[in-house]
Design a protein around this ligand. Structure first.
Ligand code: CP3
Length: 341
């Protein structure tokens, strides 16, 4: 056993662990009353993310309540379009609203605009135990492009999908820009002190087959390659949410990620059989079960722990929903921490 190592890192490096580590996507956020209170200290969500005092506190809040094995830096995937110069706002009840960009040449990566995120990372570090992994993240180019093209999520990203099917040069150019920006941003996060990276491709499932490989797998592969060349010891978790089983397999085989994040649609026994022999897995409890709590949640959690065994980081299939009672998270996290094969 590697007692003095961070369990999340051990799983990602293919080492034995005593117990399955656990963290939750969106473990910080509005389901926590202390987050809602903290959130009032900034006028806009962007300002909140770019205030290292507030964002570092938001990062640490879930770790004060629960024995989680990882912290994830409090930020948002839409800080990348913001740093490229696009106007990004978050509207209450509606979600993100991005102002359409005039032409691609008006967008330019300005790392100074996300420098406060790097400061947040530095501020959080001294508060983490030597067992807690620190995850940095970015959206994958396809998912971020969806928001940049569409401006909001209400249309189901129809025009982005149409551009993908037609392989429009504008989309390819935007993707290339995002790929570069993502590598620069994640490299800066690693230099600031995170020890794991997660790439969120939340809208990967809008594409399949050829379009999936062109806009999801291939860019991810190039980002992983660039990061691995510079930081060979920093593991990367890829989360192609909503991908078909075939696309999940292709993604795992081609991208070089150290672990694949599974959404709740993926059949755990299929994933244990087909994906896990080739790498670690993360996921995939349905956030609706966490919302419900109790016996149904624990039954499925036990099933996942049995199916996946040790090459697994326990997580949800998507983020904690904001109506979730914090006590359900207590129940789940303790159940996972106390579980033994
Ligand atoms: O603990 C954590 O994971 C917090 C850090 C975090 C946030 N967003 C904070 C946030 C992370 C990792 C994200 C990722 C993110 N952001 C994704 C990928 C994961 C996913 O959910 O699919 C996406 C697609 C976004 C874009 C985004 N940000 C949307 C669509 C919205 C509005 C919908 C919503 O849930 O409110 C946001 C806002 C946002 N990001 C909030 C938080 C806590 C809520 C805003 C607020 O608190 O005022």
């Amino acid at each position: 056993m590697y007692k003095n190592e961070k369990p999340v890192l051990s799983v990602l490096q293919g080492k034995e662990v005593e117990a399955t580590p656990v963290w939750l996507m969106r473990q910080a956020g509005r389901y926590l009353p202390e987050y809602r209170q903290l959130r009032e200290k900034a006028d806009t969500f962007i300002e909140f993310c770019l205030s290292p005092d507030l964002a570092s506190e938001a990062t640490l809040q879930p770790l004060r309540r629960y024995p989680l094995d990882a912290a994830i830096v409090f930020a948002d995937i839409l800080l990348v379009p913001f740093a490229l110069g696009q106007d990004v706002r978050f509207v209450e009840q509606e979600g993100p609203v991005l102002k359409p960009f005039e032409k691609l040449s008006s967008l330019k990566w300005d790392e100074g605009r996300v420098a406060p995120v790097l400061e947040t990372i530095c501020k959080v570090l001294p508060s983490l135990t030597d067992q807690t992994a620190f995850i940095g993240f970015a959206g994958s180019p396809w998912t971020v492009a969806c928001y940049m093209i569409e401006g909001c999520s209400q249309t189901g990203f129809a025009s982005a999908c149409q551009m993908a099917v037609k392989e429009e040069p504008l989309l390819d150019d935007l993707m290339a820009l995002l790929e570069q920006a993502t590598v620069a941003y994640l490299s800066a996060q690693i230099k600031a002190g995170v020890d794991v990276i997660q790439l969120f491709d939340s809208h990967a499932g809008l594409l399949t087959g050829k379009a999936f490989s062109r806009y999801v797998t291939d860019p991810t592969k190039r980002i992983v390659l660039a990061l691995k060349q510079a930081f060979p010891n920093v593991p990367i978790i890829g989360f192609p949410r909503g991908a078909t089983p075939q696309d999940y397999m292709a993604y795992q085989q081609a991208t070089g990620v150290d672990a694949v994040g599974l959404d709740q649609q993926v059949d755990p026994s299929w994933a244990a059989r087909e994906l896990q022999p080739h790498g670690a897995l993360q996921g995939n409890l349905d956030p609706a079960l966490l919302l419900e709590g109790g016996a149904a949640m624990l039954k499925q959690a036990a099933y996942l722990l049995r199916q996946f065994g040790p090459r697994h980081i326990f997580n949800l299939g998507h983020g904690v929903v904001k109506e979730t009672p914090p006590e359900h998270v207590t129940q789940l996290v303790h159940f996972v921490k106390d579980w033994r094969p």
